[in-house]
Design a protein around this ligand. Sequence first.
Ligand code: RIB
Length: 307
Amino acid sequence: MAKIITVGSVNMDLVLHSKRMPVPGETIKADNFYTNPGGKGANQAVAIAKLGGKSIFLARTGDDGYGSELASALKKYGVDTSCVKTTKDCCSGIAVITVAADGENSITIAGGANDRLSPQDVDDIEDNIASADAVMMQLEVPIDTIKRAIQLAKKHNKLTILDPTPVPADGIPDDLFRVDIFSPNKSETEMITGIPVKTDNDIKKSCDFIFSKGAKQIVMKLGSEGALIASASGNLKHIPAFKVKPIDTTAAGDCFTAAMTLSFIETGSIEQAVQFACAAGALTVTAKGAQQSIPNRKDVEEFLKKQ
Ligand code: RIB
């Protein structure tokens, strides 16, 4: 069974469903409100477990009520939480999410304990990293922590996957590009490269920029348009999306990255992995919420058979 370590965030999501997004300065009424466990790192870790991998999660919760709820949810979904630490006198990460009727969302996060995940925390799990197949990361925790995770993963020749979200205000430091699979979405690509992505030529220029920084392979998530696989040799391959009715896009990108990572380890084929990830991501948008909307392995396999 593929063993994947996720280094990242865990948040309690405070979710509002409304007909549309408010514009700046406007107050609107939501149709529905609920809380559910999320966080880009936790969603990825849950996706690995639900899709059939061995999932180990390095993260920090606060010592508030949300912290224990978040840890219980991870356990319920089969994630190994032995590396999830409780941070004293600190609140857990929070995400305030508005979901509009077309399924699109907007998210504001308060890092809380996620901001305390340190390079030392990564050093503390070096043995685990040494026995894993891959280390998967995003950017809702301190950049130095992610740098350390990449260093240690490379020291032990492990596959490194970075979903560069959210893009830091001062850009992505060079060390973070040097991973095996760099997987931004379209708007993140634009923020990272400064190139608006409208034409095939823009895509090529953006990928050239990312490769020039040291990424080995790029998988660009294009939402309802599928995904693009770019290799340093200049090859571009578009994998189309599966058509589904979107209810809530929250966690779809997280599930995509995890599914791609797991399937790539299992099959060794990036095309097969991205196809599997497109299916897992598509199913995620057909249900509300974050971790609970991520499909099981059986659901994805049945969905793929029907296509
Ligand atoms: O990617 C979705 C996630 O982003 C949410 O679960 C929220 O917690 C934020 O981290």
